[in-house]
Design a protein around this ligand. Structure first.
Ligand code: GDP
Ligand code: MG
Length: 209
């Protein structure tokens, strides 16, 4: 690799979406701080958290965005999605309605799909359909137009097996039909949380290298 490439730093914006109370904020706090909060009140204040992950010897930073409860009013703005290269679409396995909302969240994502990466601290915004890049990384992104956003379907609260309303098979088959990664997680018991985020981050990295 060239010197320019060797000096590159990656910062990927990843968004958490899904109905209210499915566990988005707790998935993030479990991933970023290994914490869980039993409090049911909606997230206030925190916009995003940055977490470093090492991939193939390179430090990749994931900037993970969490909603501030506006999903309750279906009022997630385009600023929230802007520049995202990855998304975790979360539902609650113990509430069927949250699974039925997944399609709508995917439509939202598609509507707002943009690709961006940060290089060497400079923010660069890429809209693949309108720009032909000067930089190598941008050209590489162009080569992967079809797989711009890494998306994972997350069935959270898998610890609530006794009141499950969505089967693993239902989750899997929706993910397959929509071309998403799939994983069931428990933010409460710290099951698969790290793995879910890391798969998305790794996929983004693979898409651009
Ligand atoms: P958000 O609105 O999607 O951000 O959801 P929160 O993270 O605020 O979680 C909503 C509620 O579900 C809170 O009472 C959490 O304690 C609870 N919760 C979140 N994740 C889990 C989980 O994995 N298992 C269980 N049993 N409860 C969870
Ligand atoms: Mg929240």
């Amino acid at each position: 690799e060239s010197e320019e490439e060797a000096g590159q730093e990656y910062l990927f914006k990843i968004v958490l979406i899904g109905d209210s109370a499915v566990g988005k904020s707790n998935l993030l706090s479990r991933f970023a701080r290994n914490e869980f909060d039993t409090n049911t009140k909606a997230t206030i204040g925190v916009e995003f958290q940055t977490q470093a992950v090492e991939i193939e010897g390179k430090e990749v930073k994931a900037q993970i965005w969490d909603t501030a409860g506006q999903e309750r009013f279906r009022a997630v703005t385009s600023a929230y999605y802007r520049g995202a290269v990855g998304a975790l679409v979360v539902y609650d396995i113990s509430r069927k309605a949250t699974f039925e909302s997944v399609k709508r969240w995917l439509e939202e994502l598609t509507k707002h799909e943009r690709v961006s990466i940060y290089l060497n601290g400079d923010f660069e915004f890429y809209h693949l359909r309108y720009h032909i890049g000067r930089r190598k990384a941008r050209l590489r992104m162009d080569a992967h137009c079809d797989t711009t956003m890494a998306r994972m379907l997350v069935g959270n609260k898998c610890d609530l097996e006794n009141i499950r309303e969505v089967s693993v098979e239902e989750g899997k088959s929706l993910a397959e039909a929509e071309g998403l990664f799939f994983m069931e997680t428990s933010a409460l018991e710290a099951t698969n949380v790290q793995t879910a985020f890391e798969i998305v981050i790794r996929e983004i990295y693979t898409n651009i290298s």
